[in-house]
Structure formats: C-alpha cells, structure tokens
Design a protein around this ligand. Structure first.
Ligand code: NAD
Ligand code: TYD
Length: 344
C-alpha cells in the first residue's frame, strides 16, 4: 500500500505516521506538508531515513504539485490531516482557513478522481457540530447531529466535510470522514491548551484561562485517534462518517489545576483572561458507531495519558523551547496582550 499523509509534520499527522510505520511496516508512507508555522521537520527526524518513508514539502492547494506527486507515487490511500487548526487564529484571520481547509481539500480530491484511489479519508473534527449546553449532560454528538458551526475554523472544516460527501455522491469518490474530539499527547503545538499550560508552568509564567474556565472538552490521547483512523481506512464503509471520542469530558480549569499539581506549581499562576469570541461551551462525542462497527475503544485513560504527555514535554524540552523562542513570541504577545496576560 502507498499512503499519502498530508499535514504529517503536525501534531496528529506525525503521530499517525509513527503509528502506521510501526503497525504496517510493509506500507510506503509519503508525507506531504507545506511546513507552515505548525509543521516541524524535526518532529519526523526518527523516520526520515526509513526506506519506506518520503517527505515532500508541498502545499495541498498547489494543484500542479499535487498532481505530479500523485503521478509519481500512485497512492492507494490519501489521509488528509493538513489544515489550519487553531480556533483563535481563525478569529484573527479566517482567509487562510478557507484556502487550506476547503480549497486544499478539493484539490486533493480532484487528484484522487484524476489518478484513481482506493480510499480518500478526511480527518475532521467534532467542532463541526457546534457546542452542547453545560446543563444537558445527557446530550452527545452523534453522526446524525446537524452541522452547526461557531468559529471560522469549524466552519471551514464543515465546508470541507460537505465537499467530501458531495464528491462521494456526485463522482463516486470512495471517501470516509472521521470527526474526533480534542486530542492531546506528544508533539502538540504549544499554542493549544494542554501544551501551552505545560510550557508556561515549566517557565513559571501566568496560565491564561479564558473566562471562568468552565468550558468542557472531551479529551482523547492522540494514539487512540490514530488507531481509530487506521481502522476506518481499512474497514470503514465508504460514504460514512465516524465519530471518535473516549467519553472523557473535563473542564478547562480542572485540566490546568491538574497540570499545576503534576508539575508541583502553585495554582496562583492561573490568570483568568478575556474570553474567546463565540467560545463553544461543551463538546461531547458519542462513539457508539465506531465501537459497534469497527470494534474501536480508547486504550489510554486520561489519568495515564496526561502523565505520559507531561513527561514527554519534560524529556523533550528542546522541541518546544525552539518553537516558543521564535515567531511564537510575537504570536503570544499579540494574542494575549489584549487578554491581560502578555508576560511570556
Ligand atoms: P497541526 O496544526 O498541528 O498540524 C497541521 C499540519 O498541516 C502542519 O504540519 C502544517 O504544516 C500542515 N499544513 C497546513 N496547511 C497546509 C497546506 N496548505 N498544505 C500542506 N500542509 C499544510 O494540526 P493537528 O492538531 O495535527 O490537526 C490535524 C487535523 O486533525 C486537522 O485537520 C484538524 O482539523 C483535525 N483535528 C484536530 C484535533 C485536535 O485536537 N488537534 C481534533 C480533531 C480533529
Ligand atoms: P484549544 O486547545 O485551542 O482547542 P479547541 O478550541 O479547538 O477546543 O482550547 C481548548 C480549550 O481551552 C478551549 O475551551 C479554549 C481554552 N483555552 C484557554 O482557556 N486558554 C488558552 O490559552 C488556550 C489556548 C485555550
């Protein structure tokens, strides 16, 4: 099998590449990544020299480049992780989200149609369902929940999902979609909640919690997400959507307190800052379909996963310190100055 993995120099894509090379040593994996601010070649260092791995620096919106790569590699499967992925950045500037997340997806699917493919898999998000109220813990997102987005990010991902379903129905593209809850684990870019709080804690910096910190996210260890996608691309039914989540709902404030406790840092570092615009209250996935159809269950409990993740950030300081010492400083100042926590 030849598999093109787009966005493989990012957080989940890189973990997926590690998983696939381990689980399917006979497969050839081609990573296509533009290396935006969120992509890091150093993340792929351990696999770069493997004979069945190839890295190609390319924008998924570059039609000629994408077609050339398909012609060269004749992929059996394409798994599309490439995206602009941070809600706060999409609030600052939606345009690149529309470009990469929607136009890029259409270019990849056009290449699949032109050159033929066994499977196109779109990595989507539970954020396309909007949010759930805090006072209705009985409600969960199922695959039938209507799309109802809040941010430019989630709207761009929803737009891509609609296009994927349209290509399946209109052109018969053998496509699947997975919609996962929030991931955490190694190589998570330090602009996102968990790695940002770990990095700030380790540097004794303020921990900027948006609003009261009562928003709920449904956290899943990244390896469990990768295993679920592996199952969907091999055994999932074409034209179907699969929700992925581990029933692990946590309030933001409780996560931040837990990180303080694990690192022996005082909760006085917590600073409540101005809330995110349009901030979704609660995400919660019902993973019954993927469990019943494909036998998937999450393997890593949050209590263990968060310890493993913190240990990874302690053991790999070089990876994230290099990131936060560069352009990230400007990003942080710009994003957090207005919110009342610019002291990086
Ligand atoms: P990330 O931001 O860490 O990585 C994105 C990767 O895509 C980077 O390597 C970047 O260089 C690359 N990229 C961006 N634009 C590109 C372009 N135009 N062409 C080629 N490559 C490009 O993101 P992530 O957290 O790993 O998320 C991966 C996918 O999973 C995204 O599609 C996201 O919507 C989805 N998702 C993420 C989560 C989560 O919790 N992080 C949860 C559910 C779904
Ligand atoms: P994030 O990791 O950006 O993921 P998403 O918005 O896609 O769920 O944020 C997770 C939650 O943490 C979200 O409710 C916003 C909140 N948050 C903070 O309170 N402070 C921060 O500095 C960040 C980045 C996020």
């Amino acid at each position: 099998m030849n598999i093109i993995v787009t966005g493989g120099a990012g957080f989940i894509g890189s973990n997926f590449i590690f998983h696939m090379l381990e689980a399917h040593p006979d497969y050839r994996i081609i990573c296509l990544d533009k290396l935006t601010y969120a992509g890091n070649l150093s993340t792929l260092k351990s696999v770069m020299d493997k004979p069945n791995f190839r890295f190609v620096k390319l924008d998924i919106c570059d039609r000629a480049g994408v077609y050339k790569l398909f012609e060269e590699e004749k992929p059996d499967i394409v798994v599309n992780f490439a995206a602009e992925s941070h809600v706060d950045r999409s609030i600052e500037d939606p345009s690149v989200f529309l470009q990469t997340n929607i136009i890029g997806t259409s270019v990849l699917m056009d290449a699949c149609r032109k050159y033929g493919i066994k499977r196109y898999h779109q990595v989507s998000t539970d954020e396309v369902y909007g949010d759930l109220p805090l006072d209705r813990p009985d409600l969960f997102f199922t695959e039938e929940t209507p799309i109802h987005t809040s941010s430019p990010y989630s709207s761009s991902k929803a737009g891509a999902d609609l296009l994927v379903m349209a290509y399946h129905r209109t052109f018969g593209l053998p496509a699947t979609i997975s919609r996962c809850s929030n991931n955490y684990g190694p190589y998570h870019f330090p602009e996102k909640l968990i790695p940002l709080m770990i990095a700030n804690c380790l540097n004794d910096k303020p921990l900027p919690v948006y609003g009261e910190g009562l928003n709920v996210r449904d956290w899943l260890y990244v390896e469990d997400h990768c295993k679920a996608i592996d199952l969907v691309i091999h055994k999932g039914r074409v034209g179907e959507i699969y929700n992925i989540g581990g029933h692990n709902e946590m309030k933001n404030i409780d996560i931040v307190k837990l990180i303080c406790k694990e690192l022996g840092k005082p909760e006085s570092l917590i600073t409540h800052v101005k809330d995110r615009l349009g901030h979704d209250m609660r995400y919660a996935i019902d993973p019954t379909k993927i469990h019943n159809e494909l036998g998937w269950l999450p393997e890593t409990k949050f209590a263990d996963g968060i310890k493993k993740t913190i240990k990874w950030y302690l053991d790999n300081r070089g990876w994230w310190e290099e990131i936060i010492s560069g352009e990230y400083q400007n990003y942080y100042k710009k994003m957090y100055a207005d919110r009342g926590s610019s002291d990086i």
